[in-house]
Design a protein around this ligand. Sequence first.
Ligand SMILES: Cc1cc2nc3c(=O)[nH]c(=O)nc-3n(C[C@H](O)[C@H](O)[C@H](O)COP(=O)(O)OP(=O)(O)OC[C@H]3O[C@@H](n4cnc5c(N)ncnc54)[C@H](O)[C@@H]3O)c2cc1C
Length: 293
Amino acid sequence: MGLNIVVLVKQVPDTKNVTGKAMKDDGTVNRAALPAIFNPEDLHALEAALRIKDAHPDTRVNVITMGPPAAAQVLKESLFRGADFVALITDRKFAGADTLATSYALSCAIRKIGAVDLVLCGRQAIDGDTAQVGPQTAEKLGMNQITCVSDIAELDAKKRTISARRSIEGGFELVKAKLPVLLTVTDEGFEPRPPSARRVMMYKNAVASASNDASYDECYMNASACADDDIIALWDIASIKADPEACGLAGSPTKVKKIDSVVLTAQDIRMVDASESGIAALVHELIADHTIG
Ligand SMILES: Cc1cc2nc3c(=O)[nH]c(=O)nc-3n(C[C@H](O)[C@H](O)[C@H](O)COP(=O)(O)OP(=O)(O)OC[C@H]3O[C@@H](n4cnc5c(N)ncnc54)[C@H](O)[C@@H]3O)c2cc1C
């Protein structure tokens, strides 16, 4: 029995491969110096979905990203690896979204897809780094959630249950949940498969095209019918029936007051004795200067 899966993927600046000054003088990110890549943990989330499809071939793997038109590249890469359907959520009204507004828009897009059994996303994006979007999306959809997943021990599509291994401090735990469920995936398991050469040839010219009022089923049929163009559905705010007041800057209570560029020097680094007394002394110091507590 096949499942309907949604994978949330994000295009992020490659923070490990900075080719110039990462921040501009005004404190904003210099995107030209940071090549854009597929958020690393999202590749593991996609792999988890593709492995479920390998085991249950009539499964649908839908991939969604919210971002500017250039973010369609991560959707093409998802098609190269085996995704069945991809949608780019883009609209000027999404600009300036914090995690609350991002998870709201993503939850509206998932609702458009309809009855979904599993939502998979990365635990954390390497640029925003909050790890909030997955849990917030699950809350908005009223779905169970298991975070920091490194393996799926059991998935029973008939009984509609899942058992997942989640990493915790000093070990792991096995958590069982009822479907539908949202999993946030770490990079500890689900080693991503390489793109398939056949699929690269099929989808190398894929472009995003607006589907206006088309339903998910119509978009899916359209995408399945074209081999190499118009295969990326382009959904705007109206298409996912999102409230403009809850999107972008308007829907974002987070306000960035100031950004400091912190460059650590050798003097800022202190070694602490890895003994109970060394750690206790550090904790006392941090409490005394109000860093913690
Ligand atoms: C006031 C404010 C304004 C901002 N303005 C902008 C802006 O103008 N432009 C901008 O690019 N960013 C902006 N950001 C950053 C933006 O809020 C975050 O990039 C975004 O909400 C995701 O949060 P995160 O990166 O911490 O993701 P995390 O919560 O760490 O991500 C976890 C997982 O959620 C999924 N996910 C996260 N984001 C997306 C997405 N967009 N599409 C699909 N899946 C996703 C991925 O699977 C990811 O691995 C702004 C932030 C604030 C606070």
